[in-house]
Each structure stands twice: as C-alpha cells, then as structure tokens.
Design a protein around this ligand. Structure first.
Ligand code: NAD
Ligand code: TYD
Length: 339
C-alpha cells in the first residue's frame, strides 16, 4: 500500500506518519509538504532514513508537481492534512487559506481522478459546523448538523468539504471526510492555545487569554485522532463524513490555569486581552457514528494527555525554542503587542 500524506511536516500530519509507520510497517508513506512556517523538517527527523518513507517538498496547489508525484508513486490512498490551519491568521489574511485549503484540495482530487486511487481522505474540522451556545450543553455537532462557518479558516475548510462531496457524487471519487475537534499533543505549533501557553509559562511571559476565556473547546489527544483516521481510510464507507471527538469539553481559562498549576507558575501570568473577532463560543462533537460503525473510542484521558504533552515540551525545548526564535517573533508582536 502506497499512501501520500500531505501536510505531514505539520502537527497532526507528522503524528499520523509516526502512527502509520508503526501500525503498518509494510506500507510506503510519502509525505508531501510545502514547508510553510507551520511545517518543520526537524519534526520528521526520526523517520527520514526509513526505507519505506519519502519526503517531497511540494505545494498541493502545484498541479504539474502533484501529477508528477502521482505518476512516480502510483499511490493507493491520499490523506490530505495540508492546510493553513490558524484562525487568527485567517482573520489577518484570508487569501492563502482559500488558495491552499480549497484550490489545493481540488488539485489533489484532480490528480486522484487522473491516476486512479482507492481512497481520498479529507481531514476536516468540527469548525465547519460553526459554534454552539454555552447555555445549551445538551447540543452536539452530528454529521447532519448544517455547515455554518464563522471564520475565513472554517469557511475555507467547509468549501473544501463541499468540493470533496461534489467530486464523490459527480465523478465517483472514492472519498471520505473526517471532522475532528481540537487536537493537542507533541509537535503542536506554538501559535495555538495549549503549546503557546506552555511555552510562555516556561519563559515566564504573560499568558494572553482572549476575552474572559469562557469559550469551550472539545480537546482530543492527537494519537486518538490519528487512530480514527487509520480506521476511516481502511473501513469507513466512501461518500461518508465521520465526526471525531472525545467528549472532553474545557473552558480556555481552565486549561490555562491547569497548565500554570502543572508547571508551578503563578496564575498572575494570565492576562486577558482583546477577544478574537467572530470568536466561536463552543465546539462539541457527537462521535456516535464512528463509534458504532468503526468501533473507535478515544483512549487518552485529558488529565493524562496534558501531562504527557507538557512533559514533551519540557523534554523537547530545542524544537519549539528554535521556532519561537525566528519569524514567529514578528508574528507574536503583530498579534499580541498592545492587544
Ligand atoms: P499545521 O498548521 O500544524 O500543519 C499544516 C501543514 O501543512 C504544515 O506542515 C504546512 O507546511 C503544510 N502546508 C500548508 N500549506 C501547504 C501547501 N499549499 N502545500 C503543501 N503543504 C502545505 O496543521 P495541523 O494542526 O496539523 O492540521 C492538519 C489538518 O487537520 C488541517 O487540515 C486542519 O484543518 C485539520 N484539523 C486540525 C485540528 C487541530 O486541532 N489542529 C483539528 C481538526 C482538524
Ligand atoms: P486555537 O488553539 O487557536 O484553536 P481554535 O481557534 O481553532 O479552536 O484556540 C483555542 C481557543 O483558545 C480559542 O477559543 C481561542 C483561544 N486562544 C486564547 O485565548 N489565546 C491565545 O493566545 C490563543 C492562540 C487562543
């Protein structure tokens, strides 16, 4: 089995590659990644020399490059993680989100039609469903919840999902989509809530909580997400959407306080800053379908996963210190200074 994993130098894609090489040592994994600011080759260091692994630096929007790779590798399965993934950046500049997340997805699917594959899998997000009110804890996103997006990021992901369904219906592309809640774990880029707060705590820097910090996210350990995708690409029904989430809802403020506690830092580091525009209040996934059809259940409890994650950031300081010492400084100033 030859599998192309796009965006494999990013957070979830790299964890997925590690999972697949371990779970299916007989598969060949080809990582296609543009290496944007969010992609790091150092993340893939431990697998670079494996005979059944290949890294290719390529933009998913580069049609001729993508076609050439398909000709060379004759992949059976494509798993598309490649995306611009940060909501705050999409508010600053939506254009690259439309380019990579929508146009890039169409280029990959055109290649799949031209060369033939057994499965195209689109890694999507629960954010395509918009948000839920805080005073209705009985409501959850199911696969039938209407698409109702809030940010340029989630709109671009929703646009891609609609295209995937259209390619399935119109051209018979054997496609599946998974929509997952917020992930956390190793190799998470420190612009996102959990790694940003860990890095700032360790550097005794202010912890910028947007607004009151009452927004709720449904957190899932990244390995559990990877195992779910492994199941969907092998056993999921084509043309179907699978929601992935762990019934682990937490308020942002409680997560930040927990990180302070775990690292022995004072809560006085917490600084409430101007809220995000269009900020979604609550995400919450109903994972009944993937549980009933594919037997998936999350394995890592949040209390254990956050400890493992914090330990990873303590043990791998060089990985994130290198990131935050570069271009990230300009990003941080632009987004947080005087906020
Ligand atoms: P990430 O930002 O950490 O990584 C994205 C990767 O894609 C990077 O390696 C980057 O270099 C690469 N990339 C970007 N544009 C590219 C292009 N044009 N061509 C090729 N490669 C390109 O993102 P992530 O958090 O790992 O998310 C991966 C996928 O999972 C995304 O599609 C995202 O929408 C989805 N998702 C993420 C979460 C989450 O909590 N992080 C939750 C649900 C779904
Ligand atoms: P994020 O990790 O960007 O994921 P998403 O917006 O895709 O859910 O943010 C998670 C939550 O944390 C979200 O409600 C915004 C909030 N947040 C902060 O309060 N401060 C920050 O510095 C960041 C990056 C996020």
């Amino acid at each position: 089995m030859n599998i192309i994993v796009t965006g494999g130098a990013g957070f979830i894609g790299s964890n997925f590659i590690f999972h697949m090489l371990e779970a299916h040592p007989d598969y060949r994994i080809i990582c296609l990644d543009k290496l944007t600011y969010a992609g790091n080759l150092s993340t893939l260091k431990s697998v670079m020399d494996k005979l059944n692994f290949r890294f290719v630096k390529l933009d998913i929007c580069d049609r001729s490059g993508v076609y050439k790779l398909f000709e060379e590798e004759k992949p059976d399965i494509i798993v598309n993680f490649a995306a611009e993934s940060h909501v705050d950046r999409s508010i600053e500049d939506p254009s690259v989100f439309l380019q990579t997340n929508i146009i890039g997805t169409s280029v990959l699917m055109d290649a799949c039609r031209k060369y033939g594959i057994t499965r195209y899998h689109q890694v999507s997000t629960d954010e395509v469903y918009g948000d839920l009110p805080l005073d209705r804890p009985d409501l959850f996103f199911t696969e039938e919840t209407p698409i109702h997006t809030s940010s340029p990021y989630s709109s671009s992901k929703a646009g891609a999902d609609l295209l995937v369904m259209a390619y399935h219906r119109t051209f018979g592309l054997p496609a599946t989509i998974s929509r997952c809640s917020n992930n956390y774990g190793p190799y998470h880029f420190p612009e996102k809530l959990i790694p940003l707060m860990i890095a700032n705590c360790l550097n005794d820097k202010p912890l910028p909580v947007y607004g009151e910090g009452l927004n709720v996210r449904d957190w899932l350990y990244v390995e559990d997400h990877c195992k779910a995708i492994d199941l969907v690409i092998h056993k999921g029904r084509v043309g179907e959407v699978y929601n992935i989430g762990g019934h682990n809802e937490m308020r942002n403020i409680d997560i930040v306080k927990l990180i302070c506690k775990e690292l022995g830092k004072p809560e006085s580091l917490i600084t409430h800053v101007k809220d995000r525009l269009g900020h979604d209040m609550r995400y919450a996934i109903d994972p009944t379908k993937i549980h009933n059809e594919l037997g998936w259940l999350p394995e890592t409890k949040f209390a254990e996963g956050i400890k493992k994650t914090i330990k990873w950031y303590l043990d791998n300081r060089e990985w994130w210190e290198e990131i935050i010492s570069g271009e990230y400084q300009n990003y941080y100033k632009k987004m947080y200074e005087g906020r």
